[in-house]
Design a protein around this ligand. Structure first.
Ligand SMILES: Nc1nc2c(ncn2[C@@H]2O[C@H](COP(=O)(O)OP(=O)(O)O)[C@@H](O)[C@H]2O)c(=O)[nH]1
Ligand SMILES: [Mg+2]
Length: 246
């Protein structure tokens, strides 16, 4: 099943002293490279973050599949949060899909949403894309319960489906999920047309009217890097260590 990818990579990194988390090096590659490689079977990848990420994207592009389209974009205003970043990524993926001569770029039926601060995004992407691809060809199955805002009775409309991993503690991981592109488009349109829009909104709020399919994936590590303690545990060196050449 074909998919496009949106990699959200432009947070403040405030718990890491303002560092660009996607540029932290882990296992010889940046976290953004890990994310790009994990998404490498996507038709198109939109990275949403600052221009500082450009060299990593350019390096990745050297070895990318022929025809894969890569964009770097940013939400407005910057740092408006992951939901606003996803909307910006979707917008950039949508550009050039209509009316282009000679060949319009087709929007893929599924869209992967991925954070750029995961230590090992490969297995979760592989698992969730496979799961979504298997189910996406079938009809929308009725689900007994949905998550988040919808469960609170704030909205009932079903735009389509999102496959969202559930970690070992039962927490949903919406920043490594796959959404039916049509559902994501409707979710973004609906959210942006309402009062506060998407600024400082959460992924679960963005997906409020999307049917959430919870997916447990065996042996997947969802560890991300939010603090220097996380970085230490993952073997990511701190800037002071780098400066001392350790
Ligand atoms: N473009 C963009 N990306 C963001 C923003 N906020 C968070 N992200 C990205 O979303 C991912 C998850 O953010 P993070 O702060 O780690 O969220 P947490 O792990 O849920 O606390 C990271 O890859 C961030 O770079 C934002 O305002 N803009
Ligand atoms: Mg994080």
């Amino acid at each position: 099943m074909k998919f496009d990818a949106i990699i959200v990579a432009g947070g403040r990194g405030s718990r890491l002293g303002g560092r660009d988390k996607p540029l932290l090096a882990h296992g010889g590659s940046t976290l953004l490279e890990h994310a790009l490689r994990a998404a490498s079977s996507a038709n198109r990848i939109a990275v949403v973050g600052p221009t500082e990420l450009n060299p990593v994207i350019s390096d990745y592009a050297q070895g990318a599949a022929a025809g894969q389209i890569l964009t770097l974009t940013r939400e407005y205003p910057a740092f408006a949060g992951p939901a606003a970043a996803v909307a910006a990524g979707l917008h950039s993926l949508g550009e050039g899909t209509a009316g282009e001569v000679p060949a319009p770029v087709e929007q893929a039926p599924l869209t992967l949403i991925l954070a750029a601060d995961l230590i090992d995004p490969g297995p979760v992407v592989e698992g969730i894309v496979a799961h979504a691809g298997d189910q996406a060809v079938g009809p929308v199955a009725p689900t007994p319960a949905t998550e988040g805002i919808e469960a609170q009775g704030l909205g009932q409309v079903d735009f389509g489906r999102a496959w969202v991993p559930v970690d070992a503690d039962g927490r949903l991981q919406p920043l490594s999920c796959v959404v039916e592109t049509g559902a994501l488009v409707q979710a973004v349109e609906s959210a942006t047309s309402q009062g506060q829009g998407l600024a400082n909104s959460s992924m679960m709020r963005l997906l409020a009217k999307v049917q959430i399919v919870r997916v447990s994936l065996d042996g997947v590590d969802y560890t991300d890097v939010d603090t220097w303690e996380d970085a230490d545990r993952a073997g990511i060196s701190r800037p002071s260590d780098e400066a001392r050449g350790r």
